[in-house]
Ligand binder design. Structure first.
Ligand code: 13P
Length: 327
């Protein structure tokens, strides 16, 4: 068994064969009941997982849900930083991320040591970090934000406050533009949102002149400028549900189309393709690492569990709780 476990560790997920003929979804739900576990899923994960989850949401809603659950086990269908945030909020619970290789390019673009040097070089600045960061970066932070609450939280600082914003330069520039600030920006980005191009979007806008453009603020500024709505995944979904328009060009990771289409069956959602492709599947390969089979195995073997060093968690909890209080 130890050899088997070593191979899991190397791979970062449990790859035990799944018993043949079982109803995976029913078995997962059974284990959730027996183990007092809940499944949280981000809108960017596979639709099968969104349908199976106890709760589907954007980054803020997932953190809020983790903070209030009384489950003993949280299965986080999403990427690593989401599991870490849950673990910091719920140190006594087991937080499982079905595949530890599910990293986030934005979080990876901000190594804690380099960010620490940046922060130390600006000792008179307060530090605002996007939730897409490691717990170690959050530990260097005064307040965490998500795309839902970034403007509101930045607005809570005095207008002349000196602020660092990391790691997303696109979200940071957007917040600078809507708040009239000049926050110092870390030079990071999300590889999925960076791939959207003005040319592809403009071509689709010409093809669908009545369509509303829904863009996530992690997109480049030139793309954001063309949008009718700039908001978090939950904000874009809410807009689509309320809007009178019947066609939408969606400029964010294509997983969100599942919930859009499900809740608005009579509306048309067109995913905007990445600049290097004509198909609309601008997918985050890390979000797609989470599968039904891995959720089954992670619950069955209660592995891989997220751990955050106690000293890091003790410092990371404050900016996360400050965000939750301000949301
Ligand atoms: P939201 O969930 O806040 O819309 O952000 C998207 C994202 O980048 C998730 O990693």
């Amino acid at each position: 068994m130890n050899q088997v476990k070593d191979s899991w560790k190397e791979k970062g997920y449990v790859d035990e064969p799944i018993p043949e003929g079982i109803d995976l979804k029913a078995e997962i739900r059974r284990m959730c009941r027996e183990k007092n576990a809940i499944i949280l899923a981000h809108y960017y994960t596979d639709g099968v997982l969104q349908d199976l989850a106890d709760f589907v949401g954007d980054s803020l809603a997932l953190a809020q849900q983790a903070a209030r659950t009384d489950a003993s086990i949280i299965v986080m269908c999403g990427v690593h930083f989401m599991g870490e945030t849950n673990k910091v909020l719920c140190p006594d619970k087991t937080v499982l991320v079905p595949d530890l290789n599910a990293t986030c390019s934005l979080a990876e673009s901000c190594p804690a040591e380099a960010f620490k040097a940046f922060v130390e070089a600006h000792p008179d600045h307060e530090v605002i970090s996007y939730v897409n960061t490691s717990a170690a970066v959050k530990a260097l932070t005064d307040v965490v934000v998500t795309s839902t609450n970034a403007k509101r939280i930045v607005d809570s600082f005095p207008q002349d406050a000196k602020l660092i914003f990391g790691p997303d330069r696109n979200l940071g520039s957007y917040i600078n533009s809507v708040t009239g600030r000049q926050m110092l920006l870390w030079d990071g980005a999300c590889h999925v949102h960076e791939r959207f191009s003005v040319e592809k979007l403009v071509a689709l806008m010409k093809e669908h002149p009545g369509a509303k453009v829904l863009a996530h603020p992690e997109c480049k500024g030139a793309v954001v400028k063309l949008a009718d709505v700039v908001a978090s995944t939950a904000g874009l979904l809410h807009y689509a549900q309320q809007a009178e328009a019947d066609t939408f060009l969606v400029v964010t990771e294509s997983g969100i189309l599942h919930e859009m289409q499900k809740t608005c069956p009579d509306k048309t959602f067109i995913p905007v393709p990445p600049d290097d492709s004509t198909c609309g599947c601008n997918e985050c390969q890390f979000m797609r690492l989470c599968t039904l089979e891995k959720v089954y195995n992670t619950l069955r073997y209660e592995w891989p569990a997220i751990e955050v060093p106690a000293d890091v968690a003790a410092r990371a909890i404050r900016p996360i709780e400050r965000m939750l209080a301000l949301s």
